[in-house]
Design a protein around this ligand. Structure first.
Ligand code: FMN
Length: 347
């Protein structure tokens, strides 16, 4: 029997394993590597602590924190779909008070780089949350989950309107700890994601996280009713990866100086590499954690191997590389049949 090397093991070769500089910078904040967790898929990190050292990751993105504790939406609130998952958890959580008393000190004690995600129903909620994070040195970045209904505008989702998204970002930027960059987390459920991205950056976002889940739904053909008690839910997992890569590509093309934390269906190191090539400076692993809690560290090891195999010694060199003209044929191999006449719009 042939024993295959464990996933992420560098290829067996004579001599030492080549060094790869995995460091990345997001809006002036340095991280030792580009693999983070995705918000809502690892609470505040404690559960992952039993599987690996959370300080090994580039950063740990917390579940979105609200001002008050919240039980979330009724069950069932998770459903499996082809290559993905629907969830209607509804921002269950302990609220900012418990987060500051219990979760943030735990992350700090482990040496984790905390990316704190905040969410609200009003612009003022976001501003108050950001203000409560002042004087907390463990906060490396702030991620603003704007995929929330605005109670002051008939439940219209902030992230779906450039003006509403910008209002949240501006309020958070004003209230947040001065040295801590604010990342706006964008929704793919818009016609023009670049317009929302641009509005957020003009309002003071130092970077963008993308993408949040897509709005989806499933109907149970046995009960003849919606599967989720909340009827609709957020679609995540590998099914959304091409949508996420497209969003990262479009925003990086329009705003190449703006750092992107990319996510959506990342399960392997090669998936992560795809996002980096499209223009992300770091990635978050979300749904994959539910099936494999060690997925983020495995993805990191596999990414390192993928870079070594491609002769790349600096992660920074691959960020946005796919936007450059194709490499000469001797580096890429023969063009696949029909590629030359491919329709660029895919129609
Ligand atoms: C169960 C679940 C809960 C989530 N909760 C949040 C959340 O609290 N805040 C947020 O910004 N995104 C949340 N997300 C979205 C993820 O952070 C991520 O953007 C999305 O799932 C795409 O990545 P993935 O396919 O790797 O999961 C959640 C996703 C899932 C599956």
């Amino acid at each position: 029997m042939t024993l295959l090397p464990a996933a992420g093991t560098p290829p067996a070769a004579a001599g030492p394993i080549p060094e790869v500089d995995l460091a990345t910078t997001l809006a002036g904040v340095e991280f030792p590597n580009p693999v983070f967790t995705a918000s809502g898929c690892a609470a505040a990190g404690q559960e992952l602590g039993q599987f690996f050292d959370v300080a090994e990751l580039g950063g740990l993105v917390t579940k979105s924190i609200l001002l008050e504790p919240r039980a979330g939406r009724p069950t069932p609130r998770m459903a499996e779909t082809p290559s993905g998952m629907l969830n209607s958890i509804g921002l269950q959580g302990p609220g900012i008070g418990a987060f500051l008393d219990r979760d943030l000190p735990w992350l700090a004690s482990r040496g984790a780089r905390a990316v704190v995600s905040i969410a609200g129903a009003r612009v003022e909620d976001y501003a108050e949350l950001a203000g409560r994070l002042r004087g907390q040195p463990a906060v490396a970045l702030l991620e603003v989950n704007i995929s929330c209904p605005n109670v002051e505008d008939r439940g219209a989702v902030f992230a779906c309107d450039p003006t509403a998204a910008a209002a949240v970002v501006a309020a958070v930027r004003c209230a947040a700890p001065p040295g801590v960059p604010v990342f706006a987390k964008l929704s793919p459920d818009v016609t023009d994601i670049v317009a929302v991205a641009r509005a957020c950056v003009e309002a003071g976002a130092g970077g963008l996280s993308m993408i949040n889940t897509l709005l989806g739904m499933a109907v149970d053909t046995t009960t003849l009713r919606p599967v989720l008690a909340g009827v609709t839910g957020g679609l995540s997992g590998p099914a959304i990866r091409p949508v996420a890569v497209r969003c990262v590509w479009q925003v990086h093309a329009a705003l190449p100086e703006v750092p992107i934390l990319g996510m959506g269906g990342i399960r392997t190191g090669l998936d992560a590499l795809e996002f980096l090539l499209a223009g992300a400076s770091a990635v978050s692993v979300g749904t994959a954690i539910f099936g494999d809690p060690s997925a983020p560290v495995r993805v990191l090891a596999e990414l390192r191997t993928a870079l070594v195999e491609r002769g790349i010694s600096r992660l920074a060199d691959v960020v946005g590389l796919a936007h450059r003209p194709p490499a000469p044929p001797h580096l890429t191999g023969p063009e696949p049949p029909g590629a030359a006449d491919a329709d660029p719009e895919g129609t």
